[in-house]
Design a protein around this ligand. Structure first.
Ligand code: HEC
Ligand code: HEC
Ligand code: HEC
Ligand code: HEC
Ligand code: HEC
Ligand code: HEC
Length: 452
């Protein structure tokens, strides 16, 4: 009867504490998820006035991109003037004439034509005699597309976009620790009760029996008196702390998943993925050197002298899915190299961009890119993951010694078109009974190869 009662209360206690721990964990998780879940939508500017709705903007966009985009932008001056709402500045008839043959209009002595011709340093616009008035109406409809306006994301939404979230795992560790403590308390509590019963059953008088409430043997005293219990709890505590300490130590210097915020939001997804620019175009030193290298901003300007703005769909995607105003990021690039869009020239005012380094082996280890990429024929993606899909670059592999060694054990030597290896391979392979050789057989596990 007494025993039953005891069990019941202990179990109730355990259940209650488990419940408390879980609700703590849950509320912690909810703290993380405080955003109200409303996707940030771009705010469209006001629709164009009705008089300008002649023509099909979608068809016009195609014509504009193939004929005009090399010299004109909608909202910004390029080789030619910005064309947004040009129908408000000029008569439609004038525009037909101008676009079909601007030189003829200028030669005819038209005042407006000569004015803008002189304003743009008498540079010549192509003639487009093959465009019909309908084509031109379509193009002009497109030039009236209002500029999309970005809405700045709140901090919560940005936190949601962050690729790695370590807070959650921290909370789980804390929760586990709390649980361990609670269980410990329960055990002690139960032990105290059992000891008391034991004493009672054996008729042992505990010192302060009469003044029940304040005068029981304190729990800690009962605990200390039971040597077995002290031993068990000590072992338990040691194991628990060793477990957590081990985990923490193994994580020191391992930055898998590290994705710092860069000074310019540079997307590998857009460049290496959508635009299919080769990795080696930018990371050109991988071919012959230890380092892959980060490209200088001059390399960026090879393209970005022309590309001041991303395509409309790309822009929308950036705002909606990644919370980034891509065009602003390109402006940061311009500010860094001192590129003046108005004059299409360098102003000479530069402020270097400091990219945050992501992959970093400790000094004691030696790693050579050329050896792996050129000689070893390993794709970048094997070690760096699907970079062409990364909006934000992060460290994909652990970069630990075990990681290097595992691959050296498992990878066979690539013999294709490599006379040097064929020789060595033949020799070694004979010694090892003719089997395929791995990098380990070549000496890829020797300390000196990777450590200075
Ligand atoms: C080779 C570059 C070039 C191309 C291609 C080009 N333009 Fe132009 N455009 C100019 C320049 C430069 C001017 C400024 C006047 C000048 O110097 O002739 C101009 C002026 C204009 C103007 C007058 C703008 C104003 O504010 O009055 C319109 C309209 C225009 N272009 C429309 C077009 C359209 C439509 C196309 C495509 C079918 C096109 N342009 C293709 C270079 C170009
Ligand atoms: C248009 C130029 C360009 C191309 C193409 C490009 N990258 Fe990059 N890469 C950069 C820039 C700029 C950075 C530094 C900013 C960053 O980390 O996002 C970088 C950073 C990196 C980093 C991290 C460097 C560090 O700090 O540890 C890796 C890894 C990388 N690129 C791999 C690749 C791979 C693999 C490809 C091909 C699939 C590729 N890159 C294509 C420009 C480029
Ligand atoms: C080979 C051409 C090329 C090179 C080199 C290049 N870009 Fe781009 N960049 C593009 C194209 C194309 C787009 C996107 C156009 C689109 O989708 O409308 C773009 C878009 C961007 C954007 C907006 C999207 C994003 O990634 O955030 C930024 C910022 C940018 N580039 C920065 C850079 C930087 C910095 C470098 C140098 C490390 C660089 N680019 C090198 C072609 C290039
Ligand atoms: C065998 C694995 C492996 C392969 C394959 C590989 N990398 Fe790396 N990469 C690393 C390691 C390890 C580091 C860290 C090096 C260090 O800190 O010294 C690194 C660092 C980098 C860095 C930043 C630091 C630096 O070295 O300049 C860039 C950029 C980079 N890699 C790009 C590339 C590109 C591009 C390719 C493909 C052409 C590639 N990597 C292929 C393992 C690899
Ligand atoms: C994805 C597989 C892979 C990973 C990961 C890898 N390696 Fe290698 N490693 C190779 C291959 C393949 C070769 C042989 C290249 C060749 O043919 O010369 C090689 C060769 C080497 C060599 C020359 C060995 C010799 O005997 O000449 C060194 C040094 C080396 N790797 C260091 C490292 C270090 C340091 C790391 C970790 C940071 C690492 N490797 C990670 C595949 C890998
Ligand atoms: C294939 C390359 C490679 C070989 C072979 C290699 N190491 Fe390492 N070693 C590394 C790398 C990379 C690191 C850095 C790991 C990190 O930062 O977590 C490292 C780290 C270490 C460390 C520092 C402790 C640590 O974990 O950070 C010691 C000690 C060490 N190696 C000893 C050795 C000894 C002894 C051998 C020979 C039996 C050896 N290594 C062979 C690549 C190698």
């Amino acid at each position: 009867m007494i025993n039953k009662k005891l069990h019941l209360s202990v179990w109730q206690f355990v259940l209650a504490s488990v419940f408390v721990t879980f609700s703590m964990l849950q509320s912690a998780a909810q703290d993380l998820d405080t955003s109200d879940g409303e996707p940030a939508m771009p705010v469209e500017a006001e629709a164009a006035p009705e008089e300008d709705t002649i023509g099909d903007a979608a068809a016009g966009e195609k014509l504009f991109k193939s004929n005009c985009a090399s010299c004109h932008k909608l909202y910004k001056r390029a080789t030619g003037p910005a064309l947004f709402e040009v129908t408000k500045r000029r008569e439609r008839e004038w525009l037909y004439k101008w676009i079909k043959n601007s030189a003829a209009l200028i030669a005819s002595g038209d005042a407006q034509a000569n004015e803008i011709y002189n304003e743009y340093g008498q540079s010549n616009m192509n003639a487009f005699p093959n465009l019909t008035n309908t084509d031109i109406d379509n193009i002009l409809a497109y030039t009236n597309t209002p500029k999309p306006v970005a809405q700045v994301l709140g901090p919560e939404a940005q936190a949601e976009l962050a690729p790695v979230d370590t807070t959650m795992t921290n909370n789980i560790v804390l929760g586990a620790l709390a649980l361990v403590l609670v269980v410990l308390i329960v055990v002690l509590f139960a032990v105290n009760k059992t000891l008391k019963r034991f004493a009672e059953a054996n008729g042992i008088q505990t010192e302060f029996e009469d003044e029940e409430a304040e005068t029981r043997t304190p729990i800690w005293q009962a605990f200390i008196q039971n040597q077995f219990l002290v031993l068990v709890s000590a072992v338990f505590l040691l194991l628990a702390s060793a477990y957590f300490a081990y985990g923490a130590l193994m994580a020191v210097g391992v930055d898998q998943g590290y994705a710092p915020v860069q000074p310019i939001h540079y997307s590998h997804r857009i460049h290496a993925g959508v635009s299919q620019i080769e990795c080696k175009y930018c990371h050109s030193s991988v071919r012959e050197s230890k380092h892959a290298g980060i490209p200088s901003l001059n390399v960026c300007m090879n393209c970005h002298k022309q590309i001041a703005e991303v395509a409309n769909e790309t822009y929308q995607e950036g705002i909606n899915e990644y919370g980034v105003d891509y065009n602003k990021e390109i402006q940061k690039l311009y500010a860094a190299v001192g590129w003046d869009e108005e004059t299409q020239s360098y102003s000479g005012e530069e402020e270097p961009v400091r990219w945050v380094r992501i992959h970093n082996l400790p000094d004691l280890a030696y790693f050579n890119h050329a050896q792996h990429v050129q000689a070893g024929n390993i794709a970048c993606q094997t070690c760096h993951g699907q970079v062409q899909e990364m909006e934000i670059m992060y460290q994909y592999s652990p970069l630990t010694m075990g990681w290097c060694i595992n691959c050296h054990r498992e990878t066979n030597v690539d013999l294709q078109g490599n006379g040097y290896y064929e020789e060595i391979h033949k020799e070694l392979s004979e010694k090892r009974g003719g089997r395929q050789l791995t990098i380990a057989d070549l000496g890829g596990l020797e300390c000196g190869k990777c450590h200075y």
